[in-house]
Design a protein around this ligand. Structure first.
Ligand code: NAD
Ligand code: TYD
Length: 351
């Protein structure tokens, strides 16, 4: 397989690339990423010299360059992760999300459609990675199933919903072989410190305020990123063409309870009195359109593909915090912007 992974330098992408490069030496993994603020090649330092790995710095908006990649590497499989991914940024700058998440996805679909002759006997796959946020919000009970209606509430969710619809439409209209998965909130190493868990971990290290939106009684379903990568590997190989799969952690937490657990674990690890980090909790103005609750019914992937999370939350959170504490230089590079020089040093200068 020649697998084009988009967004491989981002948070989830680097775990997917690492898993595929190490597990399948017979495959070639072509990582296409624009290296926006969220893309960091340092994340892939351990596999950058692997013989089955290639990096190409291309923006999804460069339609011609994208097409060239299909020919250059004889791409037969796409795993599409690249996106603008942060809700707060989408509230400030919705058009960035339209460009990358919608137009970028359509550019990629067009490149695949053009290169693959869409002959039913060809073994091609366009695997689109999406989010549970497309389904909108839940009340106190209920779960999102694959059949739930789309009702996105943030510009981010609306752009991802739109991209899902385009992927589906390309399957219906042009017979493009597709699969989509919609996953709940991920956490783990290498997550950009703008999302809840790495932001608050970094702020505790730096003794800065922990800005909890609204009353903190918002619920998310958290999944360890390596379990998401394993689910992606399974769907890539065993997923039914044309299907969608919901992926979740069976692990709901109210934000404030999660933040208090994080504070306690950080106090223990930093050898400071329990309650020290709690004092940093600051309730701030709510996020507009803030979704009350997300929760996934992941029974389809469990029953059909025998997937379930392998890491329980306490274990995953402990491993994640340990990783950030052991990699404070990574956090410093990311928060200072230094990481953006990595590409110039490691790739650009070689050419
Ligand atoms: P991320 O923001 O950490 O990484 C996104 C990557 O895409 C970066 O490497 C960035 O450089 C690249 N990128 C952005 N715009 C690009 C463009 N125009 N052209 C090429 N590359 C571009 O995101 P993430 O958290 O790793 O999420 C990856 C995917 O998974 C996204 O599609 C997201 O919607 C989805 N998802 C994320 C979560 C989560 O909790 N993080 C949960 C479910 C689904
Ligand atoms: P986030 O990590 O941004 O993911 P998403 O919005 O995709 O769920 O936020 C997770 C939850 O944490 C969400 O309910 C918003 C809340 N939150 C805060 O309370 N404060 C913060 O500073 C951030 C970034 C998020």
């Amino acid at each position: 397989m020649n697998i084009l992974v988009t967004g491989g330098a981002g948070f989830i992408g680097n775990h997917v690339v690492r898993l595929l490069v190490n597990k399948y030496p017979q495959y070639r993994i072509i990582n296409v990423d624009a290296l926006t603020y969220a893309g960091n090649l340092e994340n892939l330092h351990d596999v950058e010299n692997a013989s089955n790995y290639v990096f190409e710095k291309i923006n999804l908006l460069q339609a011609d360059e994208l097409s060239t990649i299909f020919t250059k590497y004889n791409i037969n499989t796409v795993i599409h992760l690249a996106a603008e991914s942060h809700v707060d940024r989408s509230i400030v700058s919705p058009l960035d999300f339209v460009y990358t998440n919608i137009i970028g996805t359509v550019n990629l679909l067009n490149a695949a459609k053009k290169y693959w002759k869409l002959n039913p006997s060809d073994k091609n796959l366009f695997y689109h990675i999406s989010t549970d946020e497309v389904f909108g919000t839940l009340g106190a009970t209920g779960l999102f199933a694959e059949t739930s209606s789309y009702a996105p509430n943030s510009p981010y969710a609306a752009s991802k919903a739109s991209s899902d619809h385009f992927v589906r439409a390309y399957a219906e209209t042009y017979n493009l072989p597709i699969v989509i998965s919609n996953c709940s909130n991920n956490y783990g190493p290498f997550q950009f410190p703008e999302k809840l868990i790495p932001l608050f971990t970094n702020n505790i290290i730096e003794k800065k305020a922990l800005p909890v939106y609204g009353d903190g009684n918002y619920t998310r379903d958290w999944l360890y990123v390596k379990d998401h990568a394993l689910a992606i590997d399974l769907i890539l190989h065993k997923g039914k063409i044309g299907s969608t799969y919901n992926i979740g952690g069976f692990n709901e937490w109210k934000n404030i309870d999660l933040v208090k657990l994080l504070c306690k674990l950080m106090d223990e690890k930093l050898n400071q009195p329990i309650g020290t980090s709690d004092k940093l909790i600051t309730y701030v103005k709510d996020r507009p359109g803030h979704d009350k609750r997300y929760a996934i019914d992941a029974n389809k992937i469990k029953n059909e593909l025998n997937w379930q999370p392998s890491v329980n939350f306490e274990q995953g959170l402990n491993e994640t915090i340990d990783w950030y504490l052991e990699n404070t230089q990574w956090l410093k590079n990311v928060t200072s912007g230094n990481y953006q020089q990595y590409y110039e040093k490691m790739y650009f200068e070689r050419q």
